[in-house]
Ligand binder design. Structure first.
Ligand SMILES: [Fe+2]
Length: 298
C-alpha cells in the first residue's frame, strides 16, 4: 500500500472538437458531466464527485495525469520528494480549479505533466451497473524504463508488482496496478487509458454499446495476464486509445512479484482465453502516437 497515493484521479485531455468528444464520453461511455466553467468539460465516474476525465479545447493530446493523494500531509511529502529529486514542480500546493481539492503540478523524468490532488470532494457514490467507476490505470510508453521505474518507486512510493518482457506494473492500493509502463523504448506517448466497469456484464454491455455506435473492438474481449482483468480496447474519439476493463485483481502486501520469465502466453495467443484476435493494426498505431503536450506548471 502506498501511504501517499491511492490511485488515478483525472486524465486531462485536449480535443480539437470538444462538443463531439464530450458528447461521446457522456452519452456513450457512461460518464457523468459535472458542472464547471464554460468551454471545458469535467466528467465523474461513480467512485466520487471529482473529475476522472477533463476535456479542454486545443490540440488532441494528453495534457495532465493526476493522482489522488491520500491527505494534505501526503501532498506536502510528495511535493518535497519531487523537489528533492530535481524534477520541475509548482512552488507550493494550492487550490485547483476542479473545485474539489488542493494540489500541485510537476513533471516526470520524461517531461509529462503529472499533478497531485488531495481531497475527493463528496464521499464515494455506490457502484452502479453500466456506469464507469473511475480511471483504473494509465499505460505509458517511455524512452527510459529504468528511469521511470525508479521515479515511480523511489519518488512516488509505488511498488513494482509484476514485470513482463514488455511491461512493468505499478501498484499503490488494492487494485493490482494503477500504472503500466512499457519496457520497449519508444517516444514518451500515451499507450492507453483504462476506464473501469463495476462488473463483467456491464463491461460486456459497454462493448455492445460501442459497436452499436460505430466503435469496433480493436483488441479483445480478453483476459490479461498481470492484473487478471477482462479487457476491450477501442479507438476513441480523435483516435484516443481507450480500454474498458473489469474484474481487476485485488491484492495486498502479500502479493508475490513475478518477472518476465514467469509471464507469457502460448504462440498465437495475446490473452488467457485465446478468443480474441491479435490487436488490430489501428490500435497498434494509435497506441504509439498519442502525445503528451508540455503545459506551464500552475
Ligand atoms: Fe490496460
Amino acid at each position: 500500500m502506498n501511504p501517499l497515493i491511492s490511485g488515478i484521479r483525472t486524465a486531462e485531455i485536449g480535443a480539437t472538437q470538444l462538443p463531439m468528444v464530450a458528447r461521446f464520453y457522456e452519452e456513450v461511455w457512461s460518464l457523468r458531466r459535472l458542472p464547471g466553467p464554460e468551454g471545458m468539460a469535467h466528467f465523474a465516474g461513480t467512485a466520487g464527485d471529482y473529475p476522472i476525465l477533463t476535456v479542454v479545447p486545443g490540440g488532441t493530446a494528453m495534457r495532465r495525469l493526476t493522482w489522488n493523494v491520500r491527505n494534505e500531509a501526503a501532498l506536502v511529502e510528495l511535493h518535497g520528494r519531487i523537489r528533492a529529486a530535481g524534477l520541475p514542480v509548482s512552488a507550493t500546493p494550492r487550490a485547483f480549479d476542479d473545485g474539489a481539492g488542493t494540489g500541485f503540478d510537476s513533471r516526470d523524468p520524461e517531461g509529462r505533466t503529472v499533478s497531485f490532488i488531495a481531497g475527493n470532494g463528496a464521499p464515494p457514490a455506490p457502484v452502479v451497473k453500466d456506469r464507469m467507476t473511475k480511471v483504473t490505470h494509465f499505460n505509458l510508453n517511455c524512452g527510459n524504463y529504468e528511469a521511470m521505474r525508479s521515479y515511480m518507486q523511489d519518488v512516488l512510493g509505488f511498488r513494482v508488482v509484476d514485470e513482463t518482457k514488455t511491461n512493468g506494473f505499478f501498484n499503490c492500493d488494492i487494485d493490482h496496478h494503477a500504472l503500466v509502463i512499457g519496457r520497449v523504448p519508444m517516444a514518451p506517448t500515451l499507450n492507453h487509458i483504462a476506464f473501469e466497469m463495476p462488473d463483467l456484464d456491464s463491461m460486456m454491455r459497454m462493448c455492445g454499446t460501442m459497436r452499436e455506435n460505430g466503435y469496433a473492438i480493436e483488441w479483445g474481449v480478453g483476459r490479461h495476464g498481470p492484473g487478471d482483468n477482462v479487457f476491450a480496447y477501442f479507438a476513441g474519439p480523435e483516435e484516443m486509445p481507450i480500454e474498458c476493463t473489469a474484474e481487476v485483481l485485488q491484492i495486498d502486501g502479500n502479493y508475490a512479484y513475478r518477472g518476465p520469465e514467469e509471464w507469457g502466453f502460448p504462440p498465437g495467443r495475446s490473452d488467457q482465453w485465446g478468443v480474441t484476435d491479435a490487436p488490430s493494426p489501428r490500435i497498434k498505431r494509435i497506441q504509439k502516437q498519442f502525445p503528451f503536450i508540455e503545459l506551464p506548471l500552475r
